[in-house]
Design a protein around this ligand. Structure first.
Ligand code: DAH
Length: 347
């Protein structure tokens, strides 16, 4: 056969080879077809090996055709490999794709925490009963938190509150144990009375004071070191213990429902006389303590610039977490602060 005939045969390999390469479904298949078409045992290699029997002119003609054919097939292999790599990459991306719109669609918008819900509901109930809402600072002075509430510095009842004091060693003019995290919301009573006297807006005073309070306490099923209270203060003329128990009972029915009731148990608080502990009845007949109350002590009225001969009043302080515990039948108050969504989503 002449060099020209062999060159035709070489060029004839192109069309079929390119078609087979283009049809190979995976990059492994491309490599297999490549070795068949271009490898040592391929027809192309045979033709090349036969070149040595040809005369120089024929060798030249065949050589050019072989070079051209090989180059075309190699280019087809490279194209197909690149094409398949792109397809495989697209498939991988599709498989690994995170549909963010899908997860956004499913995410919940969240809701108000049970403690805040309880706080807001309590405000609603008391505002509905004609009270206004007052607030005060969480960092208090000894005077507001204790002294004005008839608890002078050496008073033994101070040990009832495990107080967290601020380190004031670097504050000029502030003695040790003068600044503290308020242990109850009762200092807001004092602030409210002083403000009313100063700006002439009262008494009469009918306020509730919800807020965060702190004690040096270890958390357990019924105690938290950071918790919330709601304080009530009424100052008017001729206020009696009957007004106090009636107000607590009205609140109990408004907040818990008609089937629950309240009772007062004699107790001691330095800022009230007489004083009582407030219990709320349970469906099973037991009672749960929610806080303390009493008739505002004359010394407290005096410290706030009010004449005990003219004004009398009552006050109470309830634990907001305790109220939530009773209303929602919680078993462990710590569930309110561990942020377990399975718990929180129930409310
Ligand atoms: N402040 C008290 C406490 O945290 C609770 C309390 C008792 C508040 C009697 C009152 C009250 O207003 O009259 O232990």
């Amino acid at each position: 056969m002449s060099g020209a005939d062999l060159a035709d045969e070489a060029r004839a390999l192109v069309a079929d080879g390119v078609a087979r390469i283009g049809a190979a479904p995976t990059s492994d298949d491309v490599r297999a077809v490549e070795s068949e078409l271009l490898g040592k045992r391929s027809r192309l290699s045979e033709l090349k090996a036969g070149m040595r029997d040809l005369d120089p002119d024929d060798r030249k003609v065949l050589g050019a055709a072989l070079h051209e054919t090989r180059a075309t097939l190699e280019a087809a292999v490279a194209d197909r490999v690149a094409e398949l790599a792109a397809v495989e990459r697209r498939a991988q991306l599709a498989a690994e794709r995170l549909d963010l719109t899908e997860s956004l669609g499913r995410a919940s918008a969240g809701h108000v925490h049970l403690v805040t819900q309880t706080w807001e509901r309590l405000e609603d109930v008391f505002v509905g009963m004609g009270f206004t809402v007052a607030t005060g600072p969480e960092v208090e002075t000894d005077w507001f938190n204790f002294e004005a509430l008839n608890l002078p510095p050496s008073h033994p009842a101070r040990s009832l509150w495990d107080t967290l004091y601020l380190d004031t060693s670097e504050l000029e003019g502030v003695g040790p144990q003068q600044l503290l995290l308020r242990t109850h919301t009762s200092p807001v009573q004092v602030r409210t009375m002083l403000r009313a006297v100063r700006d002439g807006s009262g008494p009469p005073i009918y306020v509730v004071c919800p807020g965060r309070t702190y004690r040096q306490d270890t958390a357990d099923a019924t105690h938290l070191p950071v918790f919330h209270q709601i304080e009530m203060l009424v100052i008017d003329r001729g206020i009696t213990m009957g007004d106090l128990s009636g107000t607590i009972e009205t609140f109990t029915k408004a907040y818990f429902g008609q089937e629950l009731t309240s009772r007062l148990r004699p107790s001691y608080f330095p800022f009230t006389e007489p004083s009582a502990e407030v219990d709320i009845s349970q469906p099973d007949g037991s009672w749960l303590e929610v806080g303390g109350c009493g008739m505002v002590h004359p010394n407290v009225l005096r410290a706030c610039g009010l004449d005990p001969e003219e004004w009398s009043g009552f006050a109470f302080g309830f634990g907001i977490e305790r109220l939530a515990k009773i209303r929602h039948h919680l078993t462990d108050i710590r569930d309110l602060i561990t942020n377990d969504m399975r718990f929180l989503e129930q409310f």
